[in-house]
Design a protein around this ligand. Structure first.
Ligand code: 7TS
Length: 412
């Protein structure tokens, strides 16, 4: 399904690009297995932020002075860089947002507010993060639209046999995640988009867990919207993007009003800029956008095919080794999985397990991972999750297994 890596990468040398990996926790070397929540940042990104504040900082699109031109140029260059990174036709298809959550809320409010009414259906899946669920619940409450859900099978994949009965002519949008943040499932995005388009529905892809992990091209996927966060792909927090196909963004009204997004304002009325500026009211996260472009440069130097191979190999290895531990249930598909593994152990509650692991420097995440309906579907209140990135190693996974073995002994 994904291209095989052709370059040989020195993964150990890459660890040295991440200053935080030298930290200790409770006197132990840090093992950071929480990159699905947020990734760590390489020096190249930290330096880009510093360079911006030391040499370019000014507000964008406003001043005619040198620094303002520098800042505007760097900000707009970053938009172009994001467009190239995801294969968009133009930088005008990229709206900077605070992240995935804000991108999805933008679509739900601006597009949904104009095009969704009573009787329409938004199709989602049972594995959506709350940020691709709650905005649609709010829209449904406002408009009388209905929500439908593609069920999840026991192996953590979508029940695609149910799709024909769910994807009917009332469906106006099919919004789904590329990779599940709790199961690691990689959904067949291009196939789902094609099926939605066949009945005239638009598609929104939540790329939060895929954007930094695999090659991704919006035109190959055939999606209409794509949402992601910079902080899960080596970028700073507080910056992300919404991709929207040009004619769709052009058809959408603004959602936030304020400076930067207008052409002319009278006391009574305003005329708005074109997309994407129409959707970026107020001073944007300029440094964040510049940091995000630096993250893209950094990731592309390594290569996304190599990163995908590395991360999914780690995840499969971890899933396999976890089955050695007594009373352990691993979630998600066996063959192909994204860079994470969720599990529960009879020995201890995910919160206790995570607290135990932290005593040994191991950063896991325990809880519902903003996937409460999915947890309910699997009959658990939460899971423990280990999530990986290209700076992690198999030795770290071996150490995790030792620590979890100790946890079984401790709690029993
Ligand atoms: N969608 C998915 C699939 C996610 O995994 C997340 C964050 C979001 C949306 C929201 O992204 P944000 O940057 O707007 O917050 N997921 C997680 C997680 O799994 N643990 O912490 C955050």
């Amino acid at each position: 399904m994904h291209k095989i890596a052709t370059t040989v990468v020195d993964w150990r040398a890459i660890r040295e690009d991440f200053p935080i990996l030298h930290e200790q926790a409770h006197g132990h070397p840090l093992i950071y297995f929480d990159s699905a929540a947020t990734s760590q940042k390489p020096r190249a990104v930290i330096d880009a932020l510093r360079r911006y504040y030391e040499h370019e900082n000014a507000n964008v699109h406003r001043g005619l002075h040198t620094l303002s031109s520098r800042a505007t140029e760097a900000y707009e260059k970053s938009r172009q860089r994001v467009a190239e990174y995801i294969g968009a036709a133009s930088a005008d298809e990229i709206v900077f947002t605070r992240g995935t959550t804000e991108s999805i809320n933008l679509v739900a409010q601006a597009w949904g507010g104009r095009f969704i009414g009573g009787g329409d259906v938004i199709l989602l899946t049972e594995m959506e993060h709350h940020s691709n669920l709650v905005p649609w619940q709010l829209l449904a409450e406002r408009t009388g639209a209905k929500l439908r859900f593609v069920p999840v099978l026991d192996d953590g994949t979508l029940d695609l046999q149910k799709l024909p009965s769910l994807l009917t002519s009332e469906v106006k949008l099919f919004a789904f995640t590329y990779i599940s943040n709790s199961l690691g499932t990689i959904n067949p995005v291009a196939e789902l988009c094609a099926k939605a388009h066949a009945i005239g529905a638009l598609t929104l892809v939540d790329a939060a867990q895929s954007i930094g992990h695999l090659p991704l091209d919006v035109r190959d996927l055939g999606c209409d919207f794509l949402a992601f966060s910079g902080h899960k792909m080596c970028g700073p927090t507080g910056i992300g993007a919404l991709y929207g196909r040009a004619e769709i963004l052009d058809s959408m009204p603004p959602w936030h009003g304020g400076g930067e997004m207008i052409v002319i304002v009278t006391l009574e009325k305003s005329a708005f800029k074109k997309a994407p500026h129409r959707f970026e009211a107020g001073t944007p996260n300029i440094a964040g956008a510049i940091g995000l472009a630096a993250a893209i440069d950094y990731i592309e130097r390594i290569g996304r095919p190599a990163i995908f191979e590395h991360d999914s190999t780690l995840a499969r290895y971890a899933a396999e080794r976890l089955t050695e531990l007594p009373g352990t249930r691993v979630f998600g598909p066996n063959e192909e999985r994204g860079a994470l593994v969720g599990f529960v152990m009879d020995a201890a509650h995910p919160h206790d397990l995570t607290t135990f692991a932290d005593q040994y420097g191991l950063a896991l995440r325990g809880g519902h991972h903003c996937n409460q309906p999915l947890m309910r579907r699997f009959g658990v209140s939460g899971t423990t999750r280990a999530s990986f990135y290209f700076y992690n190693t198999t030795e770290e996974i071996d150490r995790m297994i030792e620590i979890l073995r100790d946890a079984v002994r401790f709690f029993s």
